[in-house]
Design a protein around this ligand. Structure first.
Ligand code: GLU
Length: 304
């Protein structure tokens, strides 16, 4: 059994935090794995979290807007199994990010029936937040300085890194340069595609709005690899265990934050306090959604 405990290249502070087992896809971060936030976990009837009552949040324009609307609108992904996924047949949303989003909503007094989820692709996240189309965004959203010019982040609540997904019969790759002269697919506006374009000019790129389109191209033999966060790739590998596999280690650090309207410090502080005080809930959400994925990660401390 091949075990990828991979933190290649660039000094990754998360090394101690994170280890990923690419081969352990037997009982994966599969779609439809959970029944939704606030509900049960692992067969026990205990809710993951309670919906708070009588919440006040002084000085948060976003909270005021939610309260007026009587609902919270959350931007998410819906094609990333284990993280943010919509089962088209049942209409059920599942995944680690989805439950994190629900946990935040519950802490603000909004139960599942008061949540509207909006799918928003990687390239459109900042604009959706700036426009006020969503109250916050939870979807494999890396904290970085460029994005912070337009929006704020709470968190991080998860750390992973850029990895590679290839055909099952492809040779193992241990570095991104193995794909010089080949075609690698990723999502428009994502940090992985920006990284490839800026630092690996010999790699040809294919871009789509959604990673699932890249995965389809890989299954069809139209691209040589898909690159994005390894936590996302593990979910896809688990969907098609006979056709594709995660290979190599991590070559960046991606720290996931909750995207917020710039300047809403009250909401940011509220979410950071929730993460800081809610370690057990974080762990329960992780175990429910990613516990059998092979991903081993501890909850990171939020940024000061
Ligand atoms: N975490 C990376 C990013 O925020 C890649 C995943 C994604 O596109 O959501 O760009």
């Amino acid at each position: 059994m091949r075990r990828t405990r991979g933190l290649a290249a660039v000094g990754i502070a998360a090394a101690a935090l994170l280890a990923l087992t690419a081969c352990n896809s037997g009982s994966p971060a599969s779609p439809g794995g959970g029944t939704g936030g606030g509900e049960e976990t692992g067969g026990s009837d205990k809710p993951l979290f309670e919906v708070a009552t009588d919440v006040t949040l002084e000085g948060s324009p976003t909270f005021d807007k939610m309260t007026k609307a009587g609902k919270v609108t959350i931007g998410v992904k819906e094609d990333q199994p284990g993280l943010g996924y919509l089962d088209a047949t049942t209409g059920e949303r599942s995944g680690f990010d989805i439950d994190i989003a629900r946990w935040i909503a519950a802490s603000l007094g909004f139960g599942d029936d008061k949540i509207e989820f909006k799918p928003i692709a990687s390239a459109n996240r900042e604009q959706a937040i700036v426009n006020g189309d969503i109250d916050y965004y939870v979807g494999t959203y890396s904290i970085n300085d460029k994005r912070k010019e337009l929006i704020d982040f709470a968190g991080p609540y998860f750390v992973t890194g850029q990895g590679l997904l290839v055909a099952k019969d492809a040779p193992e790759a241990d570095k991104i340069e193995d794909f010089n002269g080949k075609t690698v697919c990723s999502a428009t506006g994502s940090t992985p595609i920006q990284n490839i374009k800026a630092n690996f000019p010999e790699i040809k790129t294919q871009e789509y709005d959604l990673y699932s389109a890249c995965v389809q191209d890989l299954l069809d033999g139209k691209v040589d690899a898909v690159t994005t966060d390894q936590a996302i790739l593990i979910g896809y590998a688990a969907q098609y265990p006979d056709e594709i596999k995660v290979t190599g280690g991590l070559f960046t650090e991606e720290r996931y934050g909750v995207g917020l309207t710039k300047g809403d410090t009250a909401l940011k502080d509220h979410i950071n306090a929730l993460f800081t005080d809610g370690g057990e809930t974080w762990k329960a959400i992780f175990d429910k959604n990613l516990g059998s994925s092979g991903i081993e990660v501890e909850q990171p401390a939020v940024d000061k």
